[in-house]
Design a protein around this ligand. Structure first.
Ligand SMILES: NC(=O)C1=CN([C@@H]2O[C@H](COP(=O)(O)OP(=O)(O)OC[C@H]3O[C@@H](n4cnc5c(N)ncnc54)[C@H](OP(=O)(O)O)[C@@H]3O)[C@@H](O)[C@H]2O)[C@H](O)CC1
Ligand SMILES: [K+]
Length: 490
């Protein structure tokens, strides 16, 4: 699914209005109805509903929502903030329509107002939407602060008031919603960890913007939903050679769990065969834990060290649990992997951060899977905010011609063509030891089975999260461990 900017969304609006054709007031009606359809599933009409509206089109949406909820028997209290005579055309029309049916309280500077105390109340935030063009201050900032302090559930229409859709939001008053019901597509702001409190959970509802125009719209940002996931066909005439032979370098003395988890995850994701390279003293651990594996034994008792010959393998992974002892052997390994499908994780990434000149040994489309701290060490610098981080991420993937899966709540997969794909699956229970090793195993498996590297990365991240979500359902986010993710791969 595409993630579009405010300007692009505005163009889509205009195109839809002109070509469907549909009057803009009716498009607003459709948006309000889509919001209400979702809202009523969360809060039924036993909730007192307090709606705060600005005077732009987001406020217009709020007024239309107020009318629709009133008609559904909700106890609705509507506030308009600011001088309503300056409102947008569709705002004014909706004001007229609502005032015929229900009271509207107008608030301006210095007016007293009382926020609901009733426990069973919900606030709807329709103060600003995508038209926000400067930080909120003065009277409106005070109202927002008071709304946040109520402790009541807050549902934002389209985007939290005060949050910028496409850029970093400076420190100022921003609504902290429980839930955001956004129109058509998620905003880039939703995927930035710095905005966690200003987004809450979110859902995108279809308001019927022109599909032709959406297809045409160019963007570098995408959201991976189930629609983008295409399993490789498995023929009933297949044999284990059909699904590839993976090679994994993982584990060291005391860190063998990483090798076990990555190997198992690779097998559970459909690979034909896997050979795992482990230190001499660790062979039994792997062989007993995963009888299906072929073991390649290191010359070293405690660390990886091999005579590398990759000709018979379809894809290679390096890094989980290898330790930081022998960087020279890592360089040797890289020199032997030209033109291989390659994934590097964990300590392998730290090695690349320590010796950046090794980056040029990476074959094109190599996949790296850092978490933010590893990414910082890789690029040798930090960032001011999450939007700057995205820029750096994209530039790095483009300039080095590699794929980077930057792990986090919505893992961002940056491709050499500049695109960034945010993942939609996963939960906080996956922030647990070994979870990253499982991801490496899954992506290695997809690479060996013949998925193009971009798809292996995007889909691997998606399946990892999906299995994690299932594991959390079976147990709980708190009690799940990395092995549970493997058990729930499909
Ligand atoms: N996406 C769609 O397809 C549809 C969206 N709809 C809804 O429309 C809003 C966007 O509405 P818009 O009128 O463009 O903008 P806002 O309502 O967010 O803001 C209105 C004006 O407020 C002024 N402004 C901006 N920032 C501030 C601030 N910090 N303090 C005070 N005032 C501010 C600004 O005007 P200025 O002239 O003062 O610059 C804004 O123009 C979208 O989010 C959806 O909810 C449609 O209803 C359906 C289709
Ligand atoms: K809003």
């Amino acid at each position: 699914m595409k993630i579009l900017s405010t300007y692009q969304t505005r163009d889509l609006d205009e195109y839809t209005i002109k070509n469907e054709p549909i009057p803009s007031i009716d498009l607003m009606e459709r948006a309000a109805q889509a919001f209400v359809n979702s809202f009523v599933l969360k809060y039924d009409n036993t909730f007192k509903t307090v709606i705060f509206c600005g005077i732009g089109n987001n406020g217009g949406d709020g007024l239309a929502v107020a009318r629709k909820l009133h008609q559904l028997g909700y106890d609705v209290q509507t506030y308009v903030l600011g001088n309503s005579t300056n409102g947008s055309i569709d705002f004014l029309e909706n004001l007229k329509r609502l005032q015929n049916q229900s009271e509207v309280i107008k608030l301006s500077e210095n007016d007293e107002f009382h926020l609901p105390k009733k426990e069973k109340s919900v606030i709807i935030d329709a103060i600003f939407g995508s038209g926000l063009n400067r930080p909120i201050d003065g009277f409106l900032a005070i109202v927002i602060l008071k709304i946040n302090q109520t402790g009541l559930p807050i549902v934002s229409i389209d985007i939290a008031s005060g949050l910028f859709s496409d850029t970093h939001s400076p420190q100022s008053a921003v609504i902290q919603p429980t839930y955001t019901i956004t129109f058509q597509y998620p905003k880039l702001a939703f995927f930035q960890p710095e905005n966690e409190k200003s987004v809450g959970s979110w859902e995108a509802v279809d308001i019927g913007l022109s599909q032709d125009s959406i297809r045409e719209a160019k963007t570098k940002y995408y959201y991976t939903s189930s629609a983008e996931i295409r399993p490789l066909a498995r023929s009933s005439f297949s044999h284990k050679g059909t699904f590839g032979h993976a090679f994994l370098v993982a584990g060291s003395y005391g860190m063998m769990g990483a090798a076990v988890l990555a190997t198992k995850a690779c097998l559970r994701s459909g690979v034909g065969k896997i050979t795992t390279h482990v230190p001499k003293k660790c062979v039994d651990i792997l062989q007993i834990s995963v009888p299906e594996v072929i073991v390649d034994i290191s010359h070293n008792d405690y660390h990886f060290d091999g005579i590398w010959n990759f000709t018979k393998y379809d894809a290679v992974a390096m890094g989980p649990g290898i330790g930081l002892e022998n960087i020279d052997k890592f360089e040797e390994f890289l020199k032997k992997t030209p033109n291989k499908k390659l994934i590097i994780d964990a300590d392998g990434i730290t090695f690349l951060g320590q010796r950046p000149e090794l980056l040029k040994l990476l074959p094109k489309n190599t996949i790296l899977t850092p978490h933010p701290k590893e990414f910082k060490s890789l690029i040798g610098r930090g960032w001011e905010n999450d939007f700057e981080k995205l820029e750096i991420l994209s530039e790095f993937a483009v300039s080095k011609k590699i794929i980077i899966c930057l792990k986090g709540k919505n893992t961002a997969v940056a491709l050499p063509n500049g695109e960034i794909h945010f993942n939609s699956t996963g939960n906080s229970g996956m922030a647990t030891a070994g979870s990253g090793d499982v991801l490496t195993g899954i992506i290695l498996s997809f690479l060996a089975q013949g998925y193009p590297p971009e798809q292996a990365a995007i889909q691997g991240v998606y399946e990892h999260g999906l299995a994690g979500d299932q594991a959390a359902k079976n147990r709980s986010e708190r009690s799940m461990i990395a092995s549970d993710i493997i058990e729930n791969l499909r």
